[in-house]
Design a protein around this ligand. Structure first.
Ligand code: URA
Length: 234
């Protein structure tokens, strides 16, 4: 098996990231610095940064979480803030979040140790639709959403066409469902900022056909076999 696939199967990194680690000289095979594209066999001992990678079968794990706001989407925080790792069920392995939700953003998050699937799901070419419920300060009309639908400029680059519609509006706030196929940094918040509006609450409610519904805030459950197959097919 190719060394990058071995590292991806073990949940160390995506194949692409494993190649970067190999190029950086961080990976050794039987004590020798590994070469890109090399094959390894059963007997070989692979190490990353000097740590031997166990050959034990790694069980694939996939979770769906309803991330609350005020929780970080990282493995650890040097300021001691709560992270999504604190919300995993007991016995969960070394999984990592697929993509990110901001500290202040709630909702559907997938966590896995399957590096290849995570890489594909977050790759810019994957264009998987992600739907958010955004509560905007004040009143909005459908017409106000037109620039958001056709694309606004963020860092000099237009956002792709997207779907958006109002689900509720009154004097105090407007609730909008917005579906984007990209995953740029703070994208939804910045799209509304681009039309001069402030997002006061943001929640991701679906990724493709995977829905948040039925999962309490802060709760996490393993994905079903069917859901895993669905994600792998995206
Ligand atoms: N858009 C945002 O602004 N924040 C997120 O966390 C996700 C999408």
């Amino acid at each position: 098996m190719r060394i990058n696939k071995f590292l991806a199967d073990k949940g160390i990194a995506s194949r692409r990231h494993a190649d970067e680690m190999i190029s950086a000289g961080r990976v050794t095979v039987n004590g020798e610095v590994a070469v890109l594209g090399a094959f390894i066999s059963e007997e070989d001992e692979v190490a990353v940064d000097g740590n031997i990678v166990s050959k034990e079968e790694k069980k694939e794990e996939f979770y769906i979480m309803n991330k609350p706001k005020g929780v970080l989407c990282t493995a650890s925080d040097d300021r001691g803030r709560k992270t999504v790792m604190d919300l995993l069920p007991e016995g969960a392995g070394r999984v990592f979040p697929v993509g990110r939700l901001d500290y202040e953003t709630e909702g559907l998050l997938i966590l896995t140790n399957d590096g290849d699937t995570a890489f594909r799901l977050t790759h810019p070419t994957s264009e998987i639709p992600k739907t958010y419920m955004a509560r905007i300060e004040g009143t909005l009309t459908e017409k106000d959403l037109n620039p958001i639908r056709s694309g606004v400029e963020l860092d000099g680059v237009l956002t792709k066409k997207c779907k958006a519609h109002i689900v509720e509006t009154n004097k105090a706030y407007t609730k909008v469902h917005i579906t984007i196929t990209e995953g740029r940094n703070r994208q939804v918040r910045r799209m509304f900022e681009a039309i001069g509006r402030n997002v006061e609450f943001l929640k991701r409610i679906s990724i493709g056909q995977l829905k948040l519904k039925g999962l309490d805030r802060g709760a996490t459950r393993p994905l079903t076999e069917m859901e895993i197959l669905y994600l792998k097919g995206l």
